[in-house]
Design a protein around this ligand. Sequence first.
Ligand code: PRP
Ligand code: URA
Length: 221
Amino acid sequence: MNAALSAVDPVAQAQVTLVKHPLLQHKLSLMRDARTGVKEFRELAGEVSLLLAYEAMRDLETDLVGFDTPIEHGEFPMLSGKKLALVAILRAGLVMTEAVVDLVPAAKVGHIGLYRDPQTLKPVAYYAKLPQDIAGRRVFLTDPMLATGGSAVAAIQTLKDAGAQSIKLMCILVVPEGVAAVHAAHPDVDIIAAAIDKGLNDHGYIVPGLGDAGDRIYGTK
Ligand code: PRP
Ligand code: URA
């Protein structure tokens, strides 16, 4: 497969898809570069998210719909099946949903507020607002960084508690620890990412990574 590399986790049978497209990989490398400033980083995060969404939404259903082009009548594919929901893990996931909603403007958007306690690295929940009909929607959960996996595991549980049944996790960077944590807790959730990095440093940051995604998107450090 050229565009993406799929691997089935032998334990969980869940899917991790790494999108290897050169455009995406180039933009990811620019994001990793410590010299990249806030404005460019935020733009790149949006562009990378669009390219991830292209792969994450590859299996959306379509039906043939009949109508006239200016030249002749025909039947053409249009999206069908379950409606979509984009859910951001705040803060950093917001830049991803804001980019992707332009691609799927009929999607509803939800927000889950979590931050990682710097000492314990455990997620602390502070907000959740989800579409009321989330149970009937295909959910694309966004967070650029899957590190220990604590935040994603908690966010997926929040979605499931609200009734969500079909969830994909879109990340920019993941590490094996985070993937294992998500698959152990939620083996039904597939992950789409731009790259799988080496692991975590003593502060729980992804190595080589791109630093603190929220701080780089919003210029808070
Ligand atoms: C970052 C990132 C993830 C989380 C990943 O958020 O956006 O949500 O850390 O780490 P984990 O996999 O170990 O849970 P952060 O806690 O820095 O919050 P912020 O986006 O509000 O800055
Ligand atoms: N959260 C981030 O923003 N970056 C990391 O490397 C790990 C967690």
